[in-house]
Design a protein around this ligand. Sequence first.
Ligand code: ITT
Length: 200
Amino acid sequence: MKRKLVFATGNEGKMREIREILKELDVEIYSLKEAGIQLDAEENGTTFEENALIKARAAAEHTDAIVLADDSGLEIDYLGGEPGVYSARYLGEDTSYRIKNQNLIDRLEGVPEEKRTARFVCVIAAVLPDGRTLTSRGTIEGIIGTEERGEGGFGYDPIFFLPEYGCSTAELSMEQKNEISHRGRALCEMKEMLRRELQL
Ligand code: ITT
C-alpha cells in the first residue's frame, strides 16, 4: 500500500504546484482539506523556517502520515525585505492580489530597474512519522515590474519578472515555473531527503 503524505496548506495555488512536483514520489498526497484536518496554528515565527515547522507540527498532531508544509514569500530589497514572512497577510489576508500588487508597484514608483531586485523564498518543513523534522529552502531571483503581466501562477507572480526570460512568473507554464521556482527547488531537495530517510 502507498504511504500517505499530508501537505499542510490551505493555499490552492501552492497545492497545484506541489502535486505536480511530487507526482513521481510513491505516496498518496492529501491536502489538509482532503485529510479532514483544520488548522488554526498561529504563524507567529519570524523566519520562513519557524513558520513552516509550526504548520507541519500542528498538522502532524492530527495524523500519522508524513506531513509537509510550505512557508514562502516575496522579499523586495528596496523595501528592506518586505513583505517577507508577512506576504500572505500584507494589507490584510483577504485583500485581493490586484490591490496588493498595485500597492507594491506604487511603493516602487520611479525606482530604477537595478534597484527593483527581489526574490521568492520557500521553506519546506517535514515531520516524519517517527517525529523527526527536516527542512529545505529554495529561492528565485527577479525584479519587481511596473505593471502586472500574465494570468498563470498565483499571488505576487504577475509583478515578479525574470529578466533572463523576458516575462513574469505568471507568464510561465506551471511546468516551467516549477523547474526554476523557489518552491520547485525546495521541494526537489525535500524529495531527495524523503527518498533517503524513508526509502520512498
Ligand atoms: P498556507 O499557510 O495555508 O500554506 P498561505 O498563503 O497563508 O497558505 P504563506 O503564509 O506561506 O501561505 O504565505 C505565502 C504567500 O507568499 C502567498 O500567499 C503568496 O502571497 C506569496 N507567494 C509564495 N509563493 C508564491 C509564488 O510561487 N507565487 C506568487 N506568490 C507567492
